[in-house]
Write a protein that binds this ligand. Structure first.
Ligand SMILES: Nc1ncnc2c1ncn2[C@@H]1O[C@H](COP(=O)(O)OP(=O)(O)O)[C@@H](O)[C@H]1O
Ligand SMILES: [Mg+2]
Length: 255
């Protein structure tokens, strides 16, 4: 099965609620998430699905909410509450000093909506999630833990974006898939150690085409490579196109 916006952002009661997006700076993570958010359709997600981007970098999503008659980027909790009522996509640019508390409030509000409104579902995209998530299970804010563990029963899901793969084992146990862009060398070793994926071979394949990426399904342990996401002027975009696979699971880097 190919990765589609509905698969990426949808939640299932039976699967972990978290997706991790990993890649060094400038490899296309935000572009990918932006285009996938834009490509979600009411037909697949339901009329009450909401995409919320919590973007501490203030970079790469504003176009989703800016323009005539659009709500614009939110910088306060009140704006977020108002925006999520009417808009499929909400983009938040928090100030760094306030981002912890703001994130807590956002997640709290998502739970409150999910409890009160029949059919409500949402995906929170958290940019630079290593800002909030440390190495140990105890170093994860309670609301993020709550979203990761209890979210799926309320159809809430979480997409994390990071320049390095999170070294937090607890987050891994809550993750359904990794979306891998070009990774840093320490991550090659991490991929090998944690999951038996040859990070060197994977990165070599990704280096052949700028902005290409791979999906590593942590439930099936399958790796699928994808072509770069087409730009906004390259026709209608419904979802990524698979590219030719190379074996990366269980190889020793000599492939
Ligand atoms: N598939 C793509 N096609 C064309 N340009 C892309 C693609 N992916 C990313 N870019 C461009 O490359 C730059 C870096 O991408 P970005 O998604 O911001 O990287 P990251 O979030 O991984 O740091 C941006 O200017 C973006 O528009
Ligand atoms: Mg980015």
């Amino acid at each position: 099965m190919s990765l589609t916006p509905a698969i990426l952002f949808g939640s299932k009661n039976t699967s972990p609620a978290v997706t991790q997006t990993v890649g060094v700076s400038g490899t296309g993570k935000s572009f990918f998430l932006n285009r996938m958010l834009k490509a979600t359709r009411v037909k697949d997600m339901g009329p009450l699905w909401r995409g919320v981007v919590f973007d501490i970098k203030h970079d790469g999503y504003a176009d989703l909410v800016e323009g005539e008659k659009k709500f614009g980027v939110c910088t306060t909790y009140a704006q977020f509450v108002k925006s999520i009522k009417d808009n499929k996509i909400t983009v938040i640019h928090p100030e760094i000093g306030e981002s912890y508390d703001f994130l807590d409030e956002v997640i709290e509000h998502l739970f409150s909506l999910a409890r009160r409104i029949e059919g409500f579902t949402a995906t929170l995209v958290l940019e630079e999630s290593n800002t909030y998530i440390g190495t140990h299970a105890s170093a994860i804010p309670m609301q993020i833990k709550r979203l990761a563990t209890q979210g799926r029963s309320l159809n809430l899901s979480l997409v994390l974006a990071n320049q390095r793969s999170l070294s937090n084992k607890w987050t891994d146990t809550q993750s359904q898939r990794l979306i891998l862009f070009r990774t840093a060398i320490p991550d090659h070793e991490m991929l090998k150690k944690k999951w038996g994926v040859c990070g060197v071979t994977l990165d070599k394949k990704l280096s052949e085409k700028k902005f290409s990426f791979a999906e590593f399904n942590l439930e099936t342990l399958e790796v699928q490579f994808y072509e770069p996401i087409p730009g906004p002027n390259e026709g209608a975009f419904k979802g990524p196109t698979k590219s030719e696979n190379v074996p990366v699971v269980g190889t020793d880097g000599q492939a």
